[in-house]
Design a protein around this ligand. Structure first.
Ligand code: ADP
Ligand code: MG
Length: 354
């Protein structure tokens, strides 16, 4: 892709806006017939078919608010910015097809830094077969901002909303939870160690999975495909970006149900359990409130249970109840406590909010 130029720092002003756009987008590939016109005109042209609907989602990432470049390499940031959006498309049970990419960067960022960022964006778009069809590139007075919009399609009757769950539906989660949050804790700890002793050579091997989940999350493109092949249409679905409990509560609110979630069913990676012990954190709290896992959470009719039973991609963590029963966590000690969303700022605090 872009040539290696480790030490060069070309100011963006040396290229100018139009040349910079051409330079950054020179390796963009088109994968979908529905992309009629990509980069290069006043607007992109995409073509829906009669049976399909489009889903559109956008996310804005702001330096210092959503990412910290002292431990997030720019290439990873570009990759993650795409994943965050694709995850929202897959959470609608749709196939992601097009992206637009808008970047605002201060003069702290030379062309080479923007190349790195764009290399991550391109790697994600090509790896997930999504077409970059446009965007905007501009200067900023305050650091780096990235806004990505993703578009996808699905047959009208397959699009899955947050509001379709019914009483007795099973609550299912993909993958495992809590690792991305712990990855961030490990990186923040290493940053502090590094500030005290720049020669420190941390052994991050015991945390490799956690760091990968934080720096290089993968959206679950495979899940809508797998559900289709299993002939399972979820009744409701959402992606896990803020934390499991917050997403469960969204499904319950939109579906007008309650829920019972079983603590002992929540899927945890062994590295999550070991690191929680080391950091003296409660692994259930981390899994429920950690955030940034980008797994999918969905509900299915009990009739579909045999189709997903035993599938290693899925864990049944509970079921929906009547709204009047409320939202509950059944602990390992068989105590029923209210399920609340604390979000990840509140993890180490006693104060709760939902
Ligand atoms: P306009 O003046 O119509 O906004 P621009 O000069 O900003 O056009 O952009 C020219 C073309 O390049 C458009 O097709 C636009 O969508 C695309 N583009 C601009 N910035 C980016 C970017 N960061 N990534 C992808 N495409 C971009
Ligand atoms: Mg523009």
């Amino acid at each position: 892709m872009f040539e290696e130029k480790d030490t060069t720092r070309t100011p963006v002003s040396a290229l100018g806006e139009f040349q910079l756009i051409d330079h950054l987008t020179q390796y963009v590939k088109i994968h979908h017939e529905s992309t009629v016109k990509g980069i290069g005109d006043d607007a992109a042209v995409v073509a829906p078919t009669k049976k399909e609907q489009w889903v559109v989602t956008t996310d804005l990432l702001v330096e210092g608010v959503h990412f910290d470049l002292s431990y997030m390499p720019l290439k990873h940031l570009g990759y993650k910015a795409v994943m965050v959006n694709l995850s929202d498309v897959y959470a609608m049970n749709a196939e992601a097809k097009q992206l637009t990419v808008s970047i605002a960067a201060s003069n702290r960022f030379p062309v080479e830094a923007l190349e790195e960022l764009y290399a991550g964006i391109l790697a994600a778009a090509n790896g997930y077969k999504v077409d970059i069809v446009g965007g905007d590139t501009t200067a900023s007075t305050a650091g780096l901002l990235i806004s990505i919009t993703a578009m996808g399609t699905a047959p009208k009757d397959k699009i899955t909303y947050r509001g379709g769950a019914k009483e007795n539906d099973l609550l299912v989660v993909t993958g495992d939870l809590g690792a991305a949050y712990l990855g961030l804790q490990v990186l923040e700890r290493e940053k502090q160690v590094f500030q005290v002793n720049p020669k420190a050579q941390p052994d991050l091997e015991p945390y490799s999975y956690l760091i990968e989940r934080q720096l290089k999350p993968e959206a679950r493109k495979d899940i809508p495909q797998l559900l289709k092949s299993l002939e399972v249409l979820p009744t409701a679905m959402i992606d896990i970006s803020d934390g499991l409990s917050s997403e469960i509560l969204h499904l319950c609110k939109h579906s007008e149900t309650g829920c019972n979630v079983y603590e002992d069913k929540i899927p945890l990676d062994p590295q999550v359990m070991a690191t929680c012990e080391e950091f003296e954190l409660d692994s259930t709290t981390i899994a429920l409130n950690g955030g940034e896992d980008y797994e999918l959470l969905f509900t299915i009719d009990t009739d579909d249970f045999p189709k997903i039973k035993g599938n290693p991609n899925f864990t049944i963590i509970g079921h929906m109840t009547a709204a009047s029963e409320g939202n509950h966590l059944i602990t390992r000690a068989q105590t029923k406590i209210p399920l609340i969303a604390r979000g990840w700022d509140g993890i180490q605090e006693d104060e709760t909010s939902s």
